[in-house]
Write a protein that binds this ligand. Structure first.
Ligand code: DUC
Ligand code: ZN
Ligand code: ZN
Length: 464
């Protein structure tokens, strides 16, 4: 049998273990995995992976590209630059969010977003369906069923940001969880107590500069919402997935809920694992603004512990890129400050360096959190997230000895800073491979004129 690609002799994270093997690819799929041998097949492209670490392609379960902020205003990374950054960072699939406006059906929101992305991405992609304004949605359960049939079994709700029309009441959350439970879907929740945040924002915004951000979004606002929504999920019988957990106390609630048998899962992000509120000091402090905000070193440590122990399931980016000019327009008032950080290109490198190299987490566990778990939870498994026969030939191949200093000037994000600027990181991929095609090599796209990413239909989420 002839193959299109052979990845030879790499140390490979396979079946939760690290082994040396040759991987044979045919028609974009993994066709054969065997012990390394000397035999070569000259008709195939061969990647010599000796000395390299072969991982499944990374799945970013939480990304925002080309996010509409208002009429004609968008985040800085569109699908082209965002997915280029993702590909150069080892991501082979990202999951973004649909748009939803008053009077727009859920399915129209999904179709519009797929149309915006299709033909413009270097990686595969999907969307979570935004589920806002539950009370005003016409036949919401029927609309959810339609979305699931279109290959999107995950929905996003918020417990905050009412002024932007995002906040759901407890009743709406409970009803949506009930509907999702019946349909085998998963509700993903941005959990922060919106009422308290609104109150504290009015108290501190306008005169406290960037320090108003942590003051108005204390860790307790997240932890309370995680507790409350876990209880709502438990009483509805449905699973829930918390996005971007930032506080050690929230991870403790997730652990307790899971110990009680509740179907609760949690995601965190490199910025919450490895950056802290001291970044807010200095004239560029506002460039680090995101919601929830950066917390303390104790929170970093607690999140790493929970990640390593399997109490949190996923590490994702919450990539939401702004330029300095966009951030600088805030005028010292956090109410006008765009929230979010670029992170797609640095996801693997930050998690590998600050997690594995720093001794917080084993590589096999990190691969679960970046690949297998998001694939299982988001309904992409076993096509994605794993190196096994019949899976898509998606790989992130790194040289564990090679480091690079982060410099936004050399990255594909459409912005002019990086929260990780100047940091020496290991784990930037030497090769990123999507369905058997090398899409990026040594930090550059291999074929910038050919964005081969495809929309991925997803199936029933697994509860981990
Ligand atoms: N927080 C979010 O919830 N979404 C995008 C960016 C951010 O900081
Ligand atoms: Zn969020
Ligand atoms: Zn987000």
């Amino acid at each position: 049998m002839s193959f299109d690609l052979i990845v030879k002799g790499g140390r490979t994270v396979l079946n939760k273990h690290t082994v040396f093997c040759d991987i044979f690819v045919k028609n974009g799929k993994i066709a054969l995995i065997k012990k390394p041998s000397k035999t070569t097949n000259t008709s195939s492209r061969i990647i010599d992976a000796r000395g390299l670490l072969v991982l499944p392609g990374i799945i970013d379960a939480h990304a925002h590209f080309h996010l509409r902020l208002g009429p004609g205003r968008y985040t800085a990374d569109d699908f082209t630059t965002g997915s280029a950054a993702a590909a150069c960072g080892g991501i082979t699939t990202f999951i973004d969010y649909t748009g939803q406006g008053p009077g727009k059906s859920l399915i129209k929101g999904l179709k519009d977003r797929v149309k915006e992305a299709a033909g413009h991405t270097y990686t595969d992609f999907s969307f979570h369906c935004m589920l806002t304004g539950w009370e005003k949605l016409e036949k919401p359960a029927r609309q959810m069923a339609e979305i699931i049939k279109a290959g999107v079994p995950t929905f996003k709700m918020f417990t905050a940001y009412g002024a932007r029309g995002l906040m759901a009441s407890d009743a709406a959350l409970f009803s949506a969880l009930k509907a999702a439970g019946k349909l085998g879907a998963l509700i993903c929740v941005h959990a922060e107590n919106g009422h308290i945040i609104d109150l504290l924002t009015e108290r501190y915004a306008g005169h406290k500069g960037i320090s108003a951000l942590p003051l108005s979004h204390p860790a307790s606002t997240e932890t309370e919402a995680v507790y409350r929504v876990s209880a709502l999920a438990a009483s509805s019988g449905a699973p829930v997935y918390f996005v971007h957990l930032s506080a050690g106390g929230s991870a403790n609630i997730v652990r307790t809920a899971r110990t009680l048998g509740f179907k609760v899962m949690g995601e965190t992000c490199p910025q919450y694992l490895a950056l802290n509120h001291l970044r807010f000091k200095g004239k560029d402090g506002h460039l680090y603004s995101c919601c929830p905000p950066l917390r303390t070193r104790a929170d970093n440590a607690a999140l790493w512990r929970a990640a390593a122990a399997g109490e949190l399931q996923v590490i994702a980016t919450d990539n939401c890129t702004f330029t300095r000019a966009q951030k600088n327009a805030w005028g010292g008032d956090i109410r006008k400050l765009p929230m979010g950080l670029p992170g797609a290109q640095t996801l693997l490198a930050t998690a590998y360096t600050l997690g594995v190299k720093a001794g917080h987490i084993k590589i096999e566990r990190l691969v679960e959190m970046l690949c297998e778990n998001p694939a299982r939870i988001m309904g992409l498994y076993p096509r994605k997230g794993v190196i096994k026969l019949g899976a898509d030939a998606d790989f992130a191949i790194i040289d564990p000895q090679a480091s690079r200093k982060v410099d936004w000037r050399t990255m594909s994000h459409n912005t002019d800073y990086s929260p990780w600027q100047g940091m020496k990181l290991y784990g930037f991929p030497k090769y990123t491979i999507l369905r058997g095609e090398v899409i990026a090599q040594d930090g550059k796209l291999t074929n910038p004129k050919n964005p081969i990413g495809q929309f991925q239909r997803r199936t029933k989420p697994e509860i981990l």
